[in-house]
Every structure is written in C-alpha cells, then in structure tokens.
Design a protein. Sequence first.
Length: 65
Amino acid sequence: MEAFSLEEAGFFYDAALIYTAAAKRYAGNLLVRDTQAAFLSRMGLLEAAKALLKRYMPFEPEVKG
C-alpha cells in the first residue's frame, strides 16, 4: 500500500525501492511478484515486467490453439 501511495503521488523512485525490497523480503510470493511486475508495466518497462514474471514462473502455461 505504501508503495502504491508513493506511486500515486509521483514518487516513482521511492515506490520502486519499496517494491524491490518487498520482492527480496518475500521472495517466492506470487502476489508481491505480480505487484512489482504491474508497477514496472505502469512505468513503461514492459520487457522488465515480462522478464520478472518469467523468472519466477513455476511452470510454462499451456497454450491451446
């Protein structure tokens, strides 16, 4: 919540620090991972967000089609 509040106020660097610290502290927590990836996406860092999601994906999703 604090990181998102900072982000909403325009303090993107501070928000990024909190998202990164949370990811380190709660490594393996998928909600923290997804929240950090969403932040990166909102900042226009889509490739970094994708890489983060792939790095911690426990399995490859099945693509049907």
